[in-house]
Structure formats: structure tokens, C-alpha cells
Write a protein that binds this ligand. Structure first.
Ligand code: ZN
Length: 153
């Protein structure tokens, strides 16, 4: 993969696997939140749909198109969202930002990110950080949409 020659090999495998075989891409029929985010620098697009029950995610769809980093981060994110509370997802968004800034994360925070940790190596390529964070910012928009709907009820 171009420009990623310095990435640790295991991390690169995880990223390529999720890029080639993205998880949870089937669109939901009646999502509670449905948002899209774009990264104009790279032409990346990510769409996130969510359904919740009792404050937890019961269905998730994450799809899009663009570079390997943006699409693998979307797939990686989708694979840890199921069953999470909205507060936990907000924490995930913040931990991803810390990870991509190169800040030290406590082990338990890092563990909660699962294979998303693989994207940490991308911070060596500042141009790609936006790609790696696109799905997280889409998730944040989706959480805001859920919050707005909840308040309108
Ligand atoms: Zn990109």
C-alpha cells in the first residue's frame, strides 16, 4: 500500500483485511441515525446508520468509498459498536482522537479500541490522520442525531 511502508506488518494486515472485506456494510431499513461524512482532501466518504434499543446499539451499518485508511477505519469501528451504549461510543470517538494525536492511552482504553489500535501507526503520515478519523467523526455526528431525536420525543 502506497505511503505506508513504515507501518508495522501486523497492523498493515489488519488494515488491508478490513479494506478488502469491510464488515457491517448492509444498509439498515429504518435507521434512527443516518449520517454521512466526507474528507475532501482524499475524496473519502463514510456513511453510518444506527439502531438502538434501551440505550445500546442493536444494529449498525457502515459503508462508503475512498482510500484504504478511511474505509478500513470505518469497518474496524463498525466491528466494535454492537452492544455499546451511546456514552461508550462517545468515549471511543475521543480515544481515537487521542490515539491519532499520539497521546499515551491507558491499557484499558487501548484495549477497548480493539483492532482500531492498528490505525495508530498512521499518525506518522499527518495527511492520512483525517482519513483515519473520518469514521469517528461520522459516528460523533450519528450520536448527536440520536441525542437530538431523543430530546424531540
Ligand atoms: Zn483518505
Amino acid at each position: 500500500m502506497q505511503g505506508l511502508g513504515e507501518l508495522n506488518e501486523l497492523y498493515e494486515q489488519i488494515i488491508l483485511d478490513h479494506y478488502r472485506n469491510p464488515r457491517n456494510t448492509d444498509l439498515l431499513e429504518s435507521p434512527e441515525a443516518d449520517v454521512e461524512a466526507n474528507n475532501p482532501f482524499c475524496g473519502d466518504e463514510v456513511r453510518i446508520q444506527l439502531l438502538t434499543d434501551g440505550g445500546r446499539v442493536t444494529s449498525v451499518s457502515v459503508s462508503g468509498r475512498g482510500c484504504a485508511i478511511s474505509q478500513s477505519s470505518a469497518s474496524l469501528l463498525s466491528s466494535i459498536m454492537q452492544g455499546k451504549t451511546l456514552a461508550e461510543l462517545q468515549e471511543t470517538v475521543e480515544r481515537m482522537r487521542h490515539l491519532m494525536k499520539g497521546e499515551e492511552l491507558p491499557d484499558e482504553d487501548l484495549e477497548s479500541l480493539g483492532d482500531l489500535e492498528a490505525l495508530g501507526g498512521v499518525r506518522k503520515f499527518p495527511v492520512r490522520v483525517k482519513c483515519a478519523l473520518l469514521a469517528s467523526s461520522a459516528l460523533e455526528d450519528a450520536l448527536e442525531e440520536l441525542e437530538r431525536k431523543r430530546q424531540a420525543e
